[in-house]
Design a protein around this ligand. Structure first.
Ligand code: 5GP
Length: 135
């Protein structure tokens, strides 16, 4: 499947690029949740957290940390959401690792996902399964 972010990295299609270094690029999301919504991507074409190596993730997060306050200040926001979808079931549409930096001015701009409760004992069971999966 076409990796549209590689096309942006290679300047094959236009984008409002705000930052670039040896390993990463940041550009405005074409369909912003709020004005200033920025995507940070590695130049290396990894799909998501499941195939990304530590170095690629570290470089990408360094750029997220650099870009987040600039995005916040540029649009006069008070905070940002840093969101990242991994896998189609989580809403990932573009299979090139990316972090969304979304300016927030106040809580009315977003709704948190529903919070649920564990039946008795289920949290401990799931926690144990995660520990076992970690090996
Ligand atoms: P996700 O994969 O996390 O669901 O979201 C992918 C994001 O990439 C979306 O917010 C979408 O608006 C953005 N996007 C998709 N295609 C393009 C494009 O060609 N240019 C830019 N700047 N953003 C894009």
């Amino acid at each position: 499947m076409e990796d549209v972010f590689m096309k942006i990295i290679r300047r094959e299609i236009p984008a409002d690029i705000v930052y670039e270094d040896a390993d990463t690029v940041a550009f405005l999301d074409i369909r912003p949740n709020t004005p200033g919504h920025t995507l940070v991507v590695p130049k290396k074409p990894v799909q998501n957290i499941f195939d990304a190596d530590d170095e690629t993730l570290a470089a990408t997060m360094r750029t997220v940390r650099k870009i987040a306050p600039a995005v916040r200040d540029a649009v006069g926001a008070h905070g940002v959401h840093i969101n990242s979808n991994h896998g189609a079931a989580a809403g990932q549409i573009v299979f090139h690792l990316h972090f969304h930096i979304i300016p927030r001015h106040d809580k009315s701009e977003f709704a948190f996902w529903p919070q649920n409760e564990y039946p008795p004992g289920e949290a401990a069971t799931i926690a144990e399964k995660i520990r076992q999966a970690l090996g």
